[in-house]
Ligand binder design. Structure first.
Ligand SMILES: Cc1ncc(C[n+]2csc(CCOP(=O)(O)OP(=O)(O)O)c2C)c(N)n1
Ligand SMILES: [Mg+2]
Length: 177
């Protein structure tokens, strides 16, 4: 957690003539990615191709750990430790002289990437995403399924999680897949 933005900056120094893309969690962004954007703002004018795109997956949650706790320990989500603030990452980029856009609906995704790759400076895409979509593997063990079901008892988002799980699994049984 945390190397996305600094590694992308390192990539820019290694290959200043090529664009670099970092896909970053919002927790990582709050931990160090936002500070590292200041580094990008300091140096980007030295890069022959100034494009460095940071996609922030803004789910307002430390989601990998939320799901680890749900699927392995069978614990419901603990909002006190897992939820994190919704930050306007694109506005922050603009504040420090970079550029960005916030994406709140799927129909805005394509335009956001077009804008990012047309930009003359590092660009942040603040993508608002859904923390209740389970990262389901194709084959789930009985133990994982049991822990998952146990975790939903008392989980504040149980209903949404069940709906999203069903939506994901049902497509595996649809014809043409
Ligand atoms: C430095 C560091 N601290 C803590 C962790 C444990 N950890 C792994 S994933 C994660 C949450 C990541 O949250 P976020 O960046 O928002 O990504 P998401 O899973 O929500 O996409 C944490 C705390 C880690 N891997 N590295
Ligand atoms: Mg997150």
């Amino acid at each position: 957690m945390g190397p996305g933005v600094p590694y992308a900056i390192a990539a820019k120094f290694a290959h200043p003539g090529r664009p670099a893309v970092a896909l970053v969690g919002d927790g990582a962004m709050q931990m160090n990615g936002m500070a590292e954007l200041i580094t990008a703002a300091k140096y980007y004018e030295r890069w022959q191709d100034p494009r460095l795109v940071v996609l922030v997956l803004n789910n307002r949650d430390l989601n990998q750990v939320t799901w680890e706790q749900r699927a392995l320990a069978g614990d419901p989500q603990n909002p006190a430790t897992q939820r994190i603030p919704d930050v306007r990452y694109a506005d922050y980029a603009k504040l420090i002289g970079l550029d960005g856009v916030r994406v709140e609906t799927p129909d805005r995704i394509e335009a956001a990437w077009d804008e990012a790759f047309a930009a003359d400076r590092p660009f942040v895409i603040d993508a608002v995403t859904d923390p209740e979509v389970p990262p389901l593997p194709p084959h789930i063990t009985i133990e994982q399924a049991k822990a998952f079901m146990h975790a939903l008892k008392g989980d504040p988002h149980a209903r949404k999680v069940m709906t999203e799980s069903f939506k994901q699994k049902i497509v595996e049984f649809l014809p043409g897949r």
